[in-house]
Design a binder for this molecule. Structure first.
Ligand code: CP3
Length: 350
């Protein structure tokens, strides 16, 4: 067991108030993938260390986690890690090269999946718990610290495919040919991810997010069968432990109401629906996170400011908005655009 941090975010931290749907003078703001390659100071650290080194070395991990906070004064920090670590702990040997994560040894036959076993995340991934504690203690209490992991369906998709894919054909073939095995793996992943997120809350995370980056590839009926019940189980475990969670889905416009039924405190949505439409279609009790198209940041700063203001305007009068992008910021993004995005939100009065 790792010890718990000596400080936590203040109860009235802007991010936590918004996550409880309390009125705030302006929405809190952070960006998915805010610690990363668009930042020159990240590239400087990364020149000397691999992605895994940054994750596993608590001082380096804390440094890159805090870099975007220092530069932009975001309201939340997200611990430097990856959605795939629960799978790695369970026995999937992912390597992080230039082409993204890739399995060293693929799971080709159904029996290969026996190599995946339930583990105790605190024992298998001790560094993340140390990094969360140290970062929470270094972070100003007005800021929230987020932990995260992949959602069960998205983790299944990664381990079956072995790398990022466009259509996830191997994953769908597994669902159709071996539904019992898929169900067994998803149920195991839901327990693992739930426990892992709860452990992150104990170690210092003030809230957690789980990413269903690939669930948008499923038809509504298949989403209900293969993704939603397992996302629900994750949310249920976090809530039962007294924690709060955000459920991210990419390309989820067609299944928005189903995403909303996962039971998370907040849903994070992409830009394919306006927030005005999202707020009409989901219950008022649900906090909304998002949703600027990250590629809007490739426009000039005054354009970014205008598009950000339009996003904020659509949430006027509705408590419970966490301003963010609709997906991760991309490495080519100019710093000035990020500054314009953040400043527009920081100066906003809703
Ligand atoms: O700043 C943060 O948001 C915290 C860290 C974070 C990373 N990955 C670090 C990372 C977070 C929240 C993630 C989430 C993640 N990782 C997702 C879900 C969100 C999304 O973008 O859809 C997914 C699908 C992954 C899997 C993953 N990890 C991919 C596809 C890649 C390669 C693509 C890429 O961006 O390089 C990674 C590697 C990775 N994870 C990097 C970082 C900063 C790049 C490492 C580097 O070379 O510096």
């Amino acid at each position: 067991m790792t010890s718990t941090p000596s400080v936590r975010a203040n109860d009235d931290a802007l991010f936590l108030k918004a996550l409880r749907r309390e009125p705030t003078p302006r929405p809190p703001v952070w960006m998915m993938r805010q610690a990363g390659r668009y930042l020159p100071e990240y590239m400087a650290v990364r020149e000397k260390a691999s992605f895994l080194d940054l994750c596993r070395d608590e001082a380096l991990g804390m440094e890159v986690t805090l870099q975007p906070i220092r530069r932009f004064d975001f309201d939340a920090a997200i611990i430097f890690s990856d959605i795939l670590f629960p799978l790695i702990a369970m026995g999937a040997d992912f390597r992080f090269g230039d082409g993204g994560p890739k399995l060293a040894e693929r799971f080709d036959r159904p029996e290969d999946f026996e190599r995946l076993r339930p583990v105790d995340a605190v024992e298998e991934l001790p560094w993340i718990h140390r990094a969360l504690k140290a970062t929470r203690e270094a972070l100003d209490p007005s800021k929230a610290l987020l932990g995260f992991a992949g959602a069960p369906f998205t983790l299944l998709a990664y381990v079956v495919e072995g790398e990022t894919s466009r259509l996830y054909p191997r994953t769908k073939a597994l669902l159709w040919h071996h539904p019992g095995l898929a169900e067994k793996l998803l149920a195991m992943l839901a327990e693992q991810v739930g426990d892992y997120l709860v452990a992150q809350l104990r170690a210092g995370a003030d809230a957690v997010q789980f990413f269903d980056t690939w669930a948008g590839l499923l038809s509504p009926a298949d989403y209900e069968r293969w993704a939603l019940p397992y996302a629900q189980r994750v949310a249920e475990k976090v809530l039962a432990a007294g924690g709060r969670c955000i459920y991210y889905l990419n390309d989820g416009a067609a299944i928005l109401e189903r995403q909303a039924a996962a039971g998370a405190d907040a849903i994070s949505v992409d830009w394919r629906l306006s927030l005005a439409e999202v707020r009409r279609r989901v219950p008022d009790e649900l906090v909304l996170q998002g949703n600027l198209d990250p590629l809007v940041l490739l426009g000039p700063p005054d354009f970014v400011a205008r598009r950000t203001a339009e996003m904020l305007e659509q949430m006027r009068g509705r408590p419970g908005h966490i301003a963010n992008l609709g997906h991760g910021v991309i490495p080519q993004t100019p710093i000035d655009s990020v500054a314009a995005f953040v400043k527009t939100i920081q100066e906003w009065r809703g």
